[in-house]
Design a protein around this ligand. Structure first.
Ligand SMILES: Cc1cc2nc3c(=O)[nH]c(=O)nc-3n(C[C@H](O)[C@H](O)[C@H](O)COP(=O)(O)OP(=O)(O)OC[C@H]3O[C@@H](n4cnc5c(N)ncnc54)[C@H](O)[C@@H]3O)c2cc1C
Length: 530
């Protein structure tokens, strides 16, 4: 059963080893054990729904609670403190295009707004109803979850858009195919959600980002249906697919998506490699990307993330020996870890591995073999569960991300970490901050920053600490010319920073499309653009 106030399945736990707790206590201080609101308390406070009874809409308080918030830090504070504020008035589970169309009509007639809901894993407030809008009806797309067609000649698969990651891959696996889109939220997030938030999977270097994988599909907009034919390429004017990508539930509801799939690879492997410091690691991954070596993933942690990852793993004895060995060969405390992935045939992965490691060696890279890569792979979708454990131990954790040209990557990453590390000084609180380069391109890379700080007894204070950190980092990102989001999207949290990237006229272009498709402002008001 899914957790109502945290990440993932209730049965899955990610315990924090004692040594890791001691480490956090040393770096940011003792975490207080603060009681959270219970499910019963929160349910008892769900207000009466204002929606009139409808055969296809449930107003059950538990359903409304489950769909009230996503996974952003403000969402966590709201859920854990029981101060949720606004709930959707009801939830509908459409099973066809006709159902979606009927719900759009109903919303228009009843004066409701509709919030499309995929897996609810948004980290920027995408699916939250807002206080001053019309009552919200959440459209949960989870019943639209089937593989409808697999064109094995063209390698195109048509899915209903509410399918979540594991179900999508399972249905393709039965035919020997994969999509290869693996965001860390894979367990819960959905195909439709990936498309409208321009999501990026961990091996996007090989498989492509979702904009490369999304070939076409069907969208139900308030003004009528839009069919996007799956063309390999087209010079026939602006690409309508690109308008749906990143539309965050404002332009229409994707009911079906046609995606580019591949035969399952013969080999999918990950390896760990150390560098003396972050700059030499960054130089190596840039050269690998610019030489177009066909690896599938290059994930370069900074020294603090390398150290913290080792500490949180709980494998104290193994790590002690590994560190001893690394020190002996001169990989000291500035050492950084690269996880290198290869995907494809035996021959192609062998070739890619050798090309990449020979470039890495020129920059001081030291190959450690497959153990670290195997450990990373084993926990790649489990690490979000650490958020539950940390929270219960008195620590809040959040991440933010950007992407910039290579010439700005390392200095900007350092500057972001500095503003976050110092961000709570005036409150006498310390922040643990670390980063990795998560996706690399020939011309630049994305920077993924994780930060931890202590929760306060007062949920408002916990939230204010986050606001201080997030605002300082976001302002800096924008001032450096970085994007406010490489993969999480805009939602409400990033909306104030969008103008810096799109410009005044650019925002008007987006608004013009929105108002043409949804003149009555039915769909997801306030997200992306207000
Ligand atoms: C622990 C964790 C790890 C994450 N890791 C990654 C990562 O590695 N890469 C990455 O890109 N993101 C990541 N994310 C962010 C999040 O998972 C993505 O933004 C994801 O694409 C959201 O998909 P979803 O199905 O959960 O959408 P939701 O959160 O349900 O909705 C997001 C937006 O999409 C709209 N929407 C959903 N389905 C449809 C549809 N069919 N038609 C129209 N609009 C729709 C909603 O209205 C909303 O605006 C992570 C989040 C968490 C919590």
């Amino acid at each position: 059963m899914r957790r109502w106030n945290g990440w993932g399945d209730e049965a899955t736990r990610y315990p924090l080893p004692d040594s890791a707790v001691r480490y956090l206590e040393t770096v940011i201080g003792h975490g207080q054990l603060i009681a959270d609101a219970t499910f019963d308390q929160v349910i008892a406070a769900v207000p009466q729904s204002s929606l009139t009874p409808h055969a296809h809409i449930t107003t059950d308080p538990a359903e409304r609670l489950y769909h009230a918030r996503g996974q952003s830090l403000p969402d966590w504070v709201a859920l854990r403190s029981g101060r949720i504020g606004v709930f959707p008035g009801g939830i509908a589970y459409p099973e066809s295009d006709d159902d979606v169309r009927a719900l759009l009509d109903y919303a228009r007639r009843a004066g409701l707004c509709l919030i499309p809901y995929g897996g609810g894993t948004s980290v920027v407030g995408h699916i939250n109803p807002r206080a001053n809008d019309a009552p919200a009806l959440t459209i949960d797309l989870s019943r639209l979850n089937r593989l409808i067609d697999l064109d094995e000649v063209s390698h195109l698969a048509t899915f209903e858009a509410g399918v979540c990651g594991p179900d999508l891959e399972q249905q393709l696996k039965a035919h020997g195919y994969t999509l290869g889109h693996f965001p860390q939220s894979f367990e819960l997030s959905t195909l439709g959600g990936w498309i409208v938030t321009r999501s990026s999977g961990q091996q996007s270097y090989h498989y492509g980002r979702i904009e490369d994988l999304f070939a076409g599909g069907h969208v139900e907009s308030p003004c009528g249906p839009i069919d996007l034919p799956p063309l390999p390429a087209s010079a026939a004017g602006p690409d309508l697919r690109q308008m749906i990508l990143g539309s965050e539930g404002r332009f229409g509801i994707i009911t079906r998506a046609i995606v580019r799939v591949q035969r399952r690879p013969e080999v999918e492997a990950f390896y760990g490699m150390f560098f003396h410091d972050w700059q030499s690691g960054a130089d190596a991954v840039r050269e690998i990307a610019q030489a177009q070596v066909p690896v599938s993933m290059l994930r370069l942690s900074d020294a603090q993330e390398t150290e913290t990852t080792l500490k949180l793993s709980g494998k104290d004895r193994l790590i002690k020996w590994a560190k001893h060995g690394l020190n002996l060969i001169n990989y000291k405390s500035d050492r950084v870890l690269l996880i290198l992935g290869v995907t494809g045939s035996k021959a192609a992965t062998h070739h890619a591995y050798h090309e990449a490691t020979s470039i890495a060696r020129k920059h001081g890279g030291f190959m450690t073999g497959a153990t670290i890569g195997r450990l990373w792979r084993k926990s790649r979708f489990l690490t979000p569960y650490l958020r539950n454990t940390l929270w219960e131990r008195g620590y809040a954790i959040d991440t933010l991300e950007t992407a910039l040209p290579w010439s700005k990557v390392v200095p900007t990453a350092i500057a972001i970490k500095d503003v976050i590390r110092d961000g709570l000084k005036e409150r006498n609180e310390r922040v643990l901050v670390f980063a990795h380069l998560s996706h690399v391109y020939a011309d630049g890379a994305s920077i993924y920053v994780t930060y931890l700080w202590r929760r306060a007894n007062d949920p408002d204070e916990t939230l204010q600490r986050w606001q201080l950190l997030k605002r300082a980092a976001s302002n800096l990102i924008v001032a450096q010319g970085g994007t406010i989001s490489h993969q999480h999207g805009v939602g409400v949290d990033h909306a104030p920073y969008l103008k810096a990237e799109k410009g005044e006229l650019g925002l008007k272009m987006i608004e013009a499309v929105r108002s043409r498709l949804d003149p009555d402002r039915i769909l997801n008001p306030g997200k992306l653009i207000d």
